[in-house]
Write a protein that binds this ligand. Structure first.
Ligand code: ZN
Length: 301
């Protein structure tokens, strides 16, 4: 539906009302029908980072992250290259790097097209899996720079055995987590190649990031995640589900979240608490709680 300036203003007003005070996000235009024809959204952290949120396929996000001090940019998991390349060219972004979290086609499917479109592009990605066009294989503890920002690599095996997450820190103190299919807003990735014990470890490690870390997951799964969480724990998650339903009905993306927000209502991050263990009838056992919660989510509609 394209309804012009009135709709744009309403979206802007809604976005600024819904978002936390440290977040400013806005739509560039207000046209939106199918997911992958929605326009990219610009997110600006107060401390020297900017992220363009680009919808792809039916519910994927690619991200274009810009180090504001230098203008150098990286694109994260651009599985469908055409809309992402179009955005980068239209905004005249200095693309220097591509980051790949894991081997699945909806994450690596654009690598060849990007290397062709941007000669000299550095392709950082998990060294534990076959990633097309990789120039810089990275794994646990590796660090590199995007402009003046530091990027750290975390190995978070479970969804796939070689999955990595990228943690970027700007010189002014913003932290941004590109979590791929490991942490979602209100959820975690499916255990395709790993165990509940591994996902538990991943969640524990992600919890230790600064609370104001912005979380950028690779899919807009939030509404389905909170529908499930509200069915499990209405007291804790019911209001959040209503808030998310409202955002989605207005065509708003629910990213980014923050680690602090996830610690409030994402039960997958709270399987080490007695409350969530009791809900899953797995008292004293965080690993069994994680497995049971994931299994219930897999079977939920
Ligand atoms: Zn995946």
């Amino acid at each position: 539906m394209r309804t012009g300036a009135g709709r744009l203003l309403r979206l802007f007003a809604t976005t600024t009302t819904m978002a936390s005070s440290s977040v400013s996000a806005w739509r560039e235009t207000a046209s939106a029908t199918a997911w992958n024809t929605q326009p990219a959204v610009r997110f600006t952290s107060p401390k020297a980072a900017e992220v363009i949120v680009q919808p792809m396929f039916t519910d994927n996000f690619a991200y274009i992250v810009i180090d504001k001090e230098t203008g150098d940019a990286a694109v994260v998991d651009p599985g469908d290259p055409l809309p992402v390349i179009e955005t980068i060219k239209r905004m005249d972004i200095q693309l220097k790097q591509l980051w790949t979290t894991h081997k699945h086609g909806d994450h690596v499917g654009g690598n060849e097209a990007f290397v062709s479109a941007f000669p000299g592009l550095q392709v950082f990605g998990t060294k534990y899996e076959a990633v097309p066009c990789l120039t810089h294989g990275v794994g646990e503890g590796d660090e590199f720079k995007l402009g003046s920002s530091e990027v750290k690599v975390m190995h978070v095996p479970c969804h796939t055995t070689g999955h990595v997450a990228f943690v970027m820190s700007t010189t002014e103190g913003s932290t941004l987590l590109f979590a791929g299919d490991t942490l979602f807003v209100g959820g975690c990735g499916r255990f395709f190649e790993g165990t509940g014990a591994q996902m538990l470890t991943n969640m524990q490690r992600l919890k230790s990031l600064p609370l104001d870390t912005f979380v950028f997951p690779a899919h807009e799964y939030t509404e389905g995640n909170y529908k499930f969480l509200a069915s499990v724990d209405a007291d804790r998650c019911g209001a959040k589900y209503e808030q998310i339903k409202m955002m989605r009905s207005q065509g708003l993306f629910t990213v980014p979240s923050t680690i602090e927000q996830e610690l409030q209502t994402n039960l997958f991050m709270l399987t080490d608490t007695s409350e969530v263990q009791a809900l899953m009838q797995c008292d004293g056992n965080a690993e069994a709680t994680m497995n049971t919660l994931r299994e219930q989510k897999n079977n939920s509609r």
